[in-house]
Design a protein around this ligand. Structure first.
Ligand SMILES: [Ca+2]
Ligand SMILES: [Ca+2]
Length: 156
């Protein structure tokens, strides 16, 4: 066993639980698997998987916290993430990941990622698309002295 973390996909067969696939984290201590959400990002009817690793760290480019996106290849997830979203250094981006429904009404499911250590805390909204996930967050919300304000980073 190492400390890279893993996510196991388990199916129920009769009365037994069988491990169907294991996705492994890439960095020791990244807390890969701290948050796991299944959501159909590209609207093909197959749930895709988001896995948070809030203590992932990268120096070049500087990043802290990651969310790994695994697209569903029908019955199995690709063993390598199709995309890795990262947050600001020390932000614990990916501590919380939640399906948010279709926020921008484009027919694709969207999701929210929490970065609790970024300033006073921050939630970023990422949108699903035919290809999987938008490259940049579409919306970032910060908390500031009890009020919430929204900043559009990318206008759709
Ligand atoms: Ca899908
Ligand atoms: Ca959407």
């Amino acid at each position: 066993m190492d400390a890279r973390g893993s996510v196991m996909l388990v199916v129920k067969r009769c009365d037994d639980l069988v491990i169907q696939q294991t996705l492994r984290g890439q960095q020791v201590g990244s807390y890969f698997g701290n948050a796991v959400v299944a959501v159909d990002l590209n609207g093909d009817g197959w749930n895709d998987l988001l896995v948070g690793a809030p203590f992932y760290f990268s120096r070049h480019p500087e990043a802290g916290g990651a969310v790994y996106v695994y697209m569903n290849g029908r019955e199995r997830f690709h063993s390598e993430p199709s995309m890795v979203l990262t947050g600001p250094v020390g932000s614990a981006f990916g501590m919380a990941v939640a399906a948010a429904g279709d926020l921008n009404q484009d027919g694709f499911q969207d999701f929210a990622v929490g970065a609790p250590f970024h300033d006073t805390g921050c939630v970023m909204i990422w949108t699903g698309s035919k290809e999987g996930v938008s490259v940049e967050p579409s919306q970032v919300s910060h908390t500031k002295v009890g009020t919430v304000w929204f900043q559009d980073l990318v206008r759709q």
